[in-house]
Design a protein around this ligand. Structure first.
Ligand code: ZN
Length: 117
């Protein structure tokens, strides 16, 4: 019996799922109880366990997740700002959108995008 590693994304505990296909043969997957990361479905339980345990542990997955979340926040803030620019909102620089962009660490980037006077 192979031991299941904890979730590489959130360090959560995982569950072996047996999927009942009725008259068809059942399949197996492994999933995280917390963030719902999952393997695909496998005919053999051992193959599902192997797939789960082969996740790329050489990478700092929580760091990658944090970076993706940061990028999502920045993209969201930029989309809101872009909407304001498109609508020629004169109060743009004092708006919530601008504060959100500041919080997302975008002021340096926005300054670099300014046209010379
Ligand atoms: Zn997880």
């Amino acid at each position: 019996m192979s031991e299941l590693k904890r979730c590489p994304f959130c360090n959560g505990f995982v569950t072996e799922n047996e999927i009942d296909f009725g008259e068809w043969s059942n399949m197996w997957s492994i999933s995280c109880n917390d963030c719902h990361a999952s393997t695909g479905n496998h005919f053999k339980k051992q193959d599902a366990i192997k797939a789960w345990n082969q996740r790329p542990y050489d990478y700092d997955m929580p760091a990658i997740v944090r970076r993706v979340q940061q990028l999502e926040t920045q993209v969201t803030a930029l989309l809101v700002l872009l909407d304001g620019f498109r609508n020629a909102d004169p109060y743009m620089e004092f708006s919530q959108a601008w504060q959100d962009a500041d919080k997302a660490g975008l002021l340096g980037f926005l300054t670099s995008c300014k046209q010379p006077e």
